[in-house]
Write a protein that binds this ligand. Structure first.
Ligand SMILES: Cc1cc2nc3c(=O)[nH]c(=O)nc-3n(C[C@H](O)[C@H](O)[C@H](O)COP(=O)(O)O)c2cc1C
Length: 208
């Protein structure tokens, strides 16, 4: 059975509009096991100096690290192993300051490990997550089109990161403009919810 991993940072809890869209997706998941990782409860580690040294020595240098010292990177390794074991990865988080909320950025830093989810082969960068699918569900107060498109670093970052890891399909569904157009917010959330349901119906129609 396929495995779906849902990684969320929804700090407004039940009031979150991003959560409403995620709930619409979740209601259509079938024929898959589901694991939830709540980044508000399980906050990823950062690459502070000792952790970064272990990562460099082990993942780039191929060195065997003393287990006691290596334990500093255990949480990153657990998150990377869980990520790697999923066939479908769903990210749900709002835009914060034009990009990912910090815990989500730290999550990608945890799972984008050289030799685990990507590597450098004879032909350069190579993703190790080939054949897998990702869905990114987000919402934002503003709309990033035309002249303001260059300020949008959430979707572009998600595409770059999943792309480097070799994901076969990356879908991004955003309810944009929720604060700019409060009178339209409910309709924008409904529209995004319909889009994620259509994606779920396509992805989960085949039982493998
Ligand atoms: C700390 C913070 C930073 C934000 N930064 C942006 C931003 O850069 N651009 C934007 O359009 N909206 C920004 N917003 C608005 C949220 O993205 C928007 O309200 C979103 O729909 C909230 O999602 P939620 O209902 O799931 O919490 C920010 C909100 C917060 C709390």
């Amino acid at each position: 059975m396929r495995k779906t991993l849902i990684v969320s940072y929804l700090a407004r809890g039940e009031r979150s509009n991003t959560k409403k869209i995620l709930d619409a997706f979740s209601s259509c998941v079938k024929g898959s096991s589901v694991e939830d990782l709540d980044l508000c409860k399980n906050v990823p580690d950062f690459f502070l100096p000792e952790r970064l040294m272990v990562y460099y020595e082990r993942n780039y240098g191929g060195q065997k690290i003393d287990p006691k010292r290596e334990s500093v990177i255990k949480k990153m390794d657990e998150m990377a192993a869980q990520f790697k074991s999923a066939d479908i990865v769903v990210i749900a988080a709002p835009m914060n300051n034009f990009s990912f909320p910090a815990p989500l950025k730290a999550y990608f830093d945890s799972v984008m490990q050289k030799g685990v989810t990507w590597t450098i082969g004879a032909n350069g960068y190579e993703g190790l997550m080939k054949g897998k699918k990702a869905l990114v569900i987000t919402s934002s107060g503003g709309v990033y089109e035309g002249e303001s498109a260059g300020y949008e670093h959430f979707s572009s970052l998600a595409r770059a990161e999943f792309g480097l890891m070799g994901f076969e399909t990356v879908e991004i569904v955003s309810a944009a403009g929720l604060n700019m157009f409060p009178e339209k917010a409910a309709a924008l959330v409904t529209e995004a919810s319909e889009k994620v349901k259509t994606i779920a119906e396509a992805w989960y129609s085949l039982t493998i």
